[in-house]
Design a binder for this molecule. Structure first.
Ligand code: ATP
Ligand code: ZN
Length: 303
């Protein structure tokens, strides 16, 4: 079915996630944290939603953008790299946009990078003229080269991209990098970043106008309530009024301090802090006049 045809009305939502691989477990945990649960089907390709009418489809990550484009699934959890590649490939052949990244999900972080043999002295993109670049992301790479007016040859490979320079099938590569260990093991070094990627919640360009719209809105709100507070902590302490401005200065990554009913001359304060609250920071706050410091984990919020 093409993206321009209207998918039949449905009253259950379908979310595609990776069956096996890097994004499989974190995607499932995130949805569980949003209050979803499923009855596992025997073949485990389809999981029937029990707590809400939200079913899961377990697939290869490469299939997720197409399932959304065809209206088979309403949402998908997939790397921005995969979504952008398939989106760029559609645009190159004149197809309209059929999906979009709705939220960054704060896991699956990696970069799409150019990497060259270690012995190369990297002086800039003009060095790429006439070179062969092996990649599994030919559309993103071709767009990136075209934007810079570089005429290089894109060699599309579906896997084991990092050995292409040693095999002589390419001069350099464009591939996903997280720690850089795979590059180093293949005597390659990263030189340019094409894309900063993470797992995203992908959805259709147009929201369906049936029962799914309400479910989609509810799920987005719950996701925000889990993802936005993931790196946040609730910080509580007591302090004298004349210490508050210095303590506020030490908390640039926190929301404005909220004053609770006071406690024998000392203010009782709390704030949501979005950066790391290390022991060192707590000791600095204590020296600046904070007493009875308490750091609490935040599981979910409804803003
Ligand atoms: P599938 O069988 O589903 O096709 P795959 O081999 O394509 O699996 P994985 O290797 O599990 O996929 O990677 C899935 C996603 O994880 C990538 O598309 C990317 O968004 C993210 N990712 C994070 N770090 C890395 C990394 N170092 N290498 C590759 N992908 C990474
Ligand atoms: Zn894949």
């Amino acid at each position: 079915m093409s993206a321009t045809q209207t998918a039949p009305a449905r009253d259950r939502l379908r979310i595609a996630i990776q069956k096996n691989g890097r994004l499989a477990e974190p995607a499932r945990s995130l949805l569980t944290a949003c209050g979803l649960s499923w009855r596992q089907s025997r073949d485990k390709l389809f999981c029937y939603g029990e707590s809400l009418p939200v079913d899961l489809l377990l697939v290869r990550d490469d299939d997720i953008p197409g399932l959304i484009a065809d209206g088979v699934c309403d949402f998908g959890i997939v790397g921005r790299n995969e979504l952008d590649e398939q989106g760029a490939a559609r645009r190159r052949i004149g197809l309209p946009d059929a999906y979009q990244a709705l939220r960054g999900l704060n896991f699956g972080q990696c970069r799409l990078m150019l990497a060259v043999p270690e012995e190369w002295e990297w002086t800039g993109v003009e060095q790429l003229a006439g070179k062969r670049i092996a990649t599994s992301y030919p559309a993103i790479l071709a767009d990136w080269l075209a934007e810079r007016g570089v005429d290089a040859q894109v060699v599309e490979l579906s896997g084991s991209v990092e050995i292409a320079p040693r095999l002589g099938t390419a001069d350099l590569i464009c591939d996903l990098v997280s720690s850089g260990a795979t590059l180093a093991a293949n005597q390659l070094k990263p030189v340019e970043t094409l894309l900063e990627s993470e797992a995203v919640l992908a959805g259709p360009v147009r929201t369906p106008d049936d029962a799914r719209a309400g479910l989609m809105a509810m799920l987005l709100r719950r996701l925000d309530g889990v993802v936005k507070v993931q790196d946040s902590k609730l910080l509580m302490f007591r302090a004298a009024l004349d210490r508050v401005s210095e303590l506020t200065r030490l908390l640039p990554d926190a929301d404005p301090l909220v004053q609770l009913p006071d406690d024998g001359g000392h203010l009782r304060l709390q704030t949501m802090c979005h950066g790391a609250l290390t022991w060192q920071r707590l000791e600095d706050l204590e020296r600046a006049g904070a007493q009875g410091l308490m750091v609490l984990s935040v599981e979910r919020s409804l803003a």
